[in-house]
Design a protein around this ligand. Structure first.
Ligand SMILES: *Cc1c(COP(=O)(O)O)cnc(C)c1O
Length: 412
C-alpha cells in the first residue's frame, strides 16, 4: 500500500480567498447592478518599468541567435545579476554581502517555503500571528508543528507570537528556546515594521540561543521611515544568524515574471545532532542545485535592469504610486474615524474593526453597505481576529472612489 504524507492532512482548509470569492459572488447574484471595488488585491496592477521591457526585448533577441542563445544557466543565478544585487541592494546600505551568498530563484514564496528542508524536523519554529501563511504551512507539511487544535486554530508544537495593537505589533521575545524564527518586515498582512533597535534584540536572542532568523523582506522597498532597516544585514551581528528572502514581485511588478532571491551568508551556522557546526550556505547550495535548474535567462536580464540606477528610479515611481494610494486610504479611514495601522512602510493597511466586530462580520458589512471587498484579518491567524486588511495595489481612481464610500455609506 502506498501511504501519503499525513502531515498534509493536518492542514486546515485554506479557505480564505475561496470564501471571499463565494461571498462576493452571492452578493453579486442578489445585487447585479452593484459596482464592487476591491481593496483586497494582493497582486500588483501596474505594468513593468520601461527599462525592464527594454532588457526583456534585448534578451529575447539574444535567444533568437545561435551565437548569443543561452540554455541552462548556473542554478544559483547569473553573476551579472548576483553582482548587481550585491552592489545595489546590499553595499548601498552598508551591508557586507558577497555574490556567492545570493541564490536567485523563481520567487520568495518558493524560497521561504523550501528553506525549512535544510533544517532538522525537531526544531521548534516561532512565527508571528497573524502571518503570511507559507511559513507555517510548509512546516506543517514537513512534520515540524505537531497536531492542529481546531478550537484555538493553532498547532501544538509552534510558538506563536501575537502581534496586535496591544503590543504595537512588536513580537515578544519568547521565554522558551526556539530554533527557527520567521519575521516578515515590513509585514504582510499588518503593514507594520520593526525598528533597527527592535530587530537588534532578535539578533541578540538568535546569537545567544543558537537560533536562525528567517527574514522575509519582500516589501523592503516600501519603507519610508529612517529607523526601519532596509535589510536585516544593516544590523551588526545579523550576518551570523539571519537568512533574508527578497522578491522582485512587489518591488518591480514581477508577480507574473517570477524572480526572487535568498541571501545566506557563509557565516550562518546550525549544528548536527552531535553538536558540530554546519554552515547553511553549502546546504542550501546543494538543495538548490539538486532541485532547481535556474530562473529563465530573459527574466534574470529583466531583474538585472531593476537593480541598475535607472531601474531603481523607475520602480520607485510605481511604488510611490501605490504608496499614494495607501495615503488616500489612511486619510479616508481617519475621516471615517476608523483606527488603523500600517500603510506607511508597506502597501497594507490593517484596520481595527469598529465596535470590535468579528473580521468576517465587517467583511459582510463593508461589502453590503459600501460594495467594497477587503480581507478579513482572522484569515491570517487567530490574532488577526477583529482586524481587516486593505491593500494599496489598486488603481488610483478606484481607490479614491472606495474611500469616499467608506466615509459616506458605511454606518458605524
Ligand atoms: C508576495 C509575497 C512574497 C512572495 O512573492 P513571490 O512572488 O513568490 O516572489 C513573499 N512574502 C510575502 C510576505 C509576500 O507578501
Amino acid at each position: 500500500m502506498t501511504v501519503v504524507n499525513e502531515n498534509y492532512l493536518k492542514l486546515p482548509g485554506s479557505y480564505l480567498f475561496a470564501e471571499i470569492a463565494r461571498r462576493v459572488k452571492a452578493f453579486k447574484d442578489k445585487n447585479p447592478s452593484a459596482d464592487i471595488i476591491s481593496l483586497g488585491i494582493g497582486d500588483v496592477t501596474q505594468p513593468l518599468a520601461p527599462v525592464v521591457i527594454k532588457a526583456l526585448h534585448k534578451a529575447v533577441d539574444e535567444m533568437a541567435d545561435a551565437s548569443t542563445f543561452r540554455g541552462y544557466g548556473p542554478e544559483q543565478g547569473y553573476d551579472f545579476l548576483r553582482e548587481k544585487i550585491v552592489k545595489t541592494v546590499y553595499h548601498a546600505h552598508g551591508a557586507d554581502i558577497a555574490p556567492d551568498e545570493i541564490f536567485v530563484s523563481d520567487g520568495a514564496k518558493s524560497d521561504c517555503g523550501n528553506i525549512q528542508e535544510i533544517f532538522g524536523t525537531d526544531n521548534i519554529i516561532a512565527i508571528t500571528d497573524p502571518v503570511y501563511p507559507v511559513y507555517l504551512d510548509t512546516n506543517v507539511m514537513a512534520g515540524r508543528t505537531g497536531g492542529y487544535d481546531e478550537t484555538k486554530g493553532i498547532f501544538s508544537n509552534v510558538v506563536y507570537m501575537p502581534c496586535t495593537a496591544d503590543n504595537n505589533f512588536v513580537p515578544k521575545i519568547p521565554k522558551q528556546h526556539v530554533d527557527m524564527i520567521y519575521i516578515c518586515c515590513p509585514n504582510n498582512p499588518t503593514g507594520t515594521t520593526l525598528t533597527r533597535e527592535q530587530l537588534a534584540k532578535w539578533i541578540e536572542y538568535a546569537r545567544q540561543n543558537d537560533a536562525v532568523i528567517l527574514y522575509d523582506a519582500a516589501y523592503a522597498y516600501y519603507i519610508t521611515e529612517a529607523d526601519i532597516p532596509r535589510t536585516i544585514y544593516e544590523i551588526p551581528g545579523a550576518r551570523d544568524v539571519a537568512i533574508e528572502f527578497r522578491s522582485f514581485s512587489k518591488t518591480a511588478g514581477f508577480t507574473g515574471m517570477r524572480c526572487g532571491y535568498t541571501v545566506i551568508p557563509k557565516t550562518v551556522f546550525a549544528r548536527t545532532k552531535a553538536g558540530e557546526k554546519q554552515a547553511l550556505n553549502p546546504l542550501w547550495n546543494r538543495r538548490h542545485t539538486t532541485k532547481f535548474n535556474g530562473t529563465a535567462y530573459i527574466v534574470q536580464r529583466a531583474a538585472e535592469a531593476v537593480v541598475t540606477e535607472q531601474g531603481q528610479k523607475e520602480i520607485m515611481q510605481t511604488i510611490n504610486y501605490y504608496m499614494d494610494n495607501a495615503r488616500i486610504i489612511r486619510e479616508g479611514l481617519d475621516g471615517a474615524g476608523i483606527e488603523y495601522f500600517g500603510g506607511i512602510n508597506a502597501p497594507y493597511i490593517w484596520l481595527k474593526t469598529p465596535n470590535d466586530m468579528k473580521s468576517w462580520d465587517f467583511f459582510d458589512k463593508l461589502l453590503s453597505e459600501a460594495n467594497i471587498v477587503g480581507t478579513p484579518g482572522a484569515g491570517f491567524g487567530p490574532s488577526g481576529e477583529g482586524y481587516f486588511r486593505l491593500t494599496a495595489f489598486g488603481d488610483k481612481e478606484n481607490t479614491k472612489r472606495a474611500v469616499k464610500r467608506i466615509k459616506t455609506k458605511l454606518t458605524l
